[in-house]
Design a binder for this molecule. Structure first.
Ligand code: FAD
Length: 417
């Protein structure tokens, strides 16, 4: 497969970029694999990539019921940051943040990571206290985060309305400068290409319909829409449908699945320099390289597998955006969509072993797992390859909901990302 380079681009330009070829194969499933990953989202593909590159396991299939990257990976608003509250989360998200820095070089694929800064607005005294607590906790742990006054926030993001005549005036903000955005599709495609190149079979349009177990209870393989496929180990990375897939192995998950929506505006010239999030008024916004404003809303309040979501949720978000950024009042919205996110009671993910030998799960990222994609894949690959967690994901067990050792990030991730 071609390694992308400047010369390659120049050469292909001579004939109008006609002969790039396919970026990954379309293999038929083999009868058996060492590892099967269920779900070809960013996390599943990254897991396969790191299993191959760091653990020498290449007899892997990634099974996807639709098309790769067509789940939440291709539906999210691409915010990347690591300023979570607890040490366990700081370590996990900062591990991902480290990998983002040179992911394009690692994958030889431009994932368009742009560290333009993520600013989280405080609108009440309670917000100020919570965000200052985050800033102090982060700085103690060596994680970048700083407090800005309302005027400093305006200086960082000139379109921001810091006037006092709005429902929730801006009273200050927490800023992570190395936070930003990355191109979601490119992340999935880059990991897919890298994994395929090392022999991983990515099998699309192949829904897993059952998980077969040996008489001793351990995993034997999966039933799929393309027949039974044997496997020594199975990793479930099925985001919004984790509880459905885990139920196939008889494991009940502490998850709720909710629709989460986003929308984009018509494209305009560059006018919005950073990412702004507001948990209190339920809105977050950035501008894509194509010029569209990318706007995220909150989750629906009811459990559902419908990727539509309630219209009142997006209307409420657009209201908030217009108050915070009056210059966008006349913008037209182009598209609106939803994805299904799986939410844990403490708003932190589950990454690790399950009660079924040979079955591993990576889920519960809720509204904010895109940012963790490289780190999540990296530690999950370690967990599967060695049958024990990486130190970074050791606290994120399924068991914590039994023992009570929760990692409560509800204030950081309940609504926004
Ligand atoms: C609107 C929206 C905005 C978001 N914004 C952000 C953000 O700004 N920043 C952030 O960090 N996170 C954000 N998120 C969350 C983020 O998108 C997810 O946490 C992350 O993408 C999850 O990645 P994944 O690879 O685990 O899941 P997915 O990309 O959803 O992949 C799971 C795959 O499993 C497949 N699958 C399911 N069941 C089966 C089966 N039975 N057989 C085979 N395949 C199956 C699905 O088809 C899917 O492709 C947002 C999510 C949404 C919906």
């Amino acid at each position: 497969m071609t390694r992308f380079s400047f010369w390659d681009l120049a050469l292909k330009a001579l004939n109008g970029h006609q002969d790039w070829g396919h970026q990954w194969r379309k293999p038929d499933p083999k009868p058996e694999y060492d590892v099967i990953i269920i779900g070809a989202g960013g996390h599943g593909l990254a897991t396969a990539y790191y299993l191959a590159t760091e653990h020498g396991i290449t007899n892997i299939a990634v099974l996807e019921k639709g098309w790769l990257g067509g789940g939440n990976t291709g539906r999210n608003t691409t915010i990347v940051r690591s300023n979570y509250l607890w040490e366990e989360s700081e370590a996990l998200y900062d591990h991902a943040m480290d990998l983002w820095q040179d992911l394009s070089q690692e994958l030889n694929y431009n994932v368009m990571y742009s560290a333009r800064g993520v600013m989280m607005l405080a609108h009440t005294v309670h917000d100020i206290q919570v965000f200052k607590r985050h800033v102090h906790a982060n700085r103690l742990a060596g994680v970048q985060n700083e407090w800005l006054s309302a005027e400093e926030a305006k200086e960082f993001c000139p379109p921001l309305n810091i006037g006092r005549n709005i429902r929730y005036p801006v009273l200050g903000a927490a800023l992570q400068r190395k936070g930003g955005v990355a191109r979601h599709d490119a992340v999935a495609w880059g990991y897919a290409r890298g994994a395929d190149r090392r022999g991983v079979d990515i099998i699309q349009n192949c829904a897993v319909t059952g998980i077969r177990r040996h008489p001793d209870g351990s995993v034997a393989g999966v039933e799929t829409s393309r027949g039974f496929i044997g496997a020594k180990k199975v990793g479930v990375v099925a985001a919004g449908h984790t509880s459905v897939v885990m139920d196939m192995a008889g494991v009940r998950m502490p998850l709720e699945s909710n629709p989460l929506q986003a929308l984009v505006s018509e494209p305009v010239k560059p006018c919005f320099p950073c990412v702004v999030m507001s948990n209190t008024v339920h809105a977050y916004i950035s501008q894509s390289d194509k010029g569209e404003l990318v706007i995220g809303a909150g989750t629906d309040q009811y459990v559902s597998y419908s990727q539509t979501g309630g219209l009142q949720i997006t209307t409420h978000t657009v209201d908030a955006i217009c108050e915070l950024f009056p210059m966008f009042r006349r913008m037209r919205m182009l598209r609106n969509w939803g994805g299904i996110v799986d939410v844990t009671p403490d708003r932190s993910p589950i990454i690790g072993k399950t009660p079924v030998p040979g079955l591993y799960v990576n889920c519960g990222w809720g509204t904010g797992g895109f940012k963790a994609t490289p780190g999540s894949g990296h530690v999950f690959a370690h967990t599967i390859a060695r049958d024990e967690p990486h130190p970074v994901n050791a606290p994120f067990t399924l068991d914590r909901f039994r023992t009570g050792r929760l990692i409560d990030e509800a204030a950081a991730a309940a609504v926004a990302h």
